[in-house]
Design a protein. Structure first.
Length: 126
C-alpha cells in the first residue's frame, strides 16, 4: 500500500488505519510532546523496496538534525527487515525537502505527473 501524496490523505480514517496496521511509525518526543515522526512501509518482500510515506518535523524543531535522525531510523529498520532500497514521493514545489532528500543520498527515480511530484530512491547498504 503506497498512497500518492494527493490521494493518500483523502480519507484520513482509512489512511490512519492502514498506517497502524501495515506501517512502521517512529516518533521523536520532547517533554512528552511529539515533535516529529516518520512512517514507512517495509513489507514489499518480493521487490525488497521500502517506502517512506511521511516524515514530519515541527517547524520550530527543523534544521536541528531531527529529520536526518528520523530518515536514518527508517533506513536502518528497513535494512534490518530485509529491504534493499527505500523510496519516497516529494512535491516538485517543495525545494527544501528535495534538497534534504538529495543530501540524504536519494536520487530521482521517476515523475508522478498527475501529482506534480517525483519518486526518489536510495539503495540501502549494511
Amino acid at each position: 500500500f503506497i498512497p500518492s501524496l494527493v490521494s493518500g490523505i483523502s480519507d484520513l480514517d482509512y489512511y490512519a488505519t492502514r498506517l497502524s496496521v501495515n506501517a512502521e511509525v517512529y516518533q521523536a518526543k520532547k517533554d512528552e510532546v511529539t515533535i516529529g515522526y516518520v512512517a514507512f512501509y517495509a513489507n514489499n518482500k518480493n521487490e525488497k523496496i521500502a517506502f517512506i510515506t511521511q516524515i514530519a518535523v515541527k517547524k520550530e524543531q527543523q534544521s536541528m538534525g531531527l529529520g536526518r535522525k528520523l530518515i536514518t531510523i527508517a533506513e536502518k529498520k528497513s535494512l534490518e527487515i530485509g529491504m534493499e532500497s527505500i523510496e519516497l514521493e516529494v512535491f516538485l514545489d517543495n525545494p527544501r525537502a528535495l534538497e534534504f532528500y538529495k543530501r540524504s543520498g536519494y536520487e530521482y527515480l521517476k515523475s508522478e505527473k498527475e501529482n506534480s511530484s517525483i519518486i526518489m530512491s536510495k539503495k540501502l547498504h549494511k
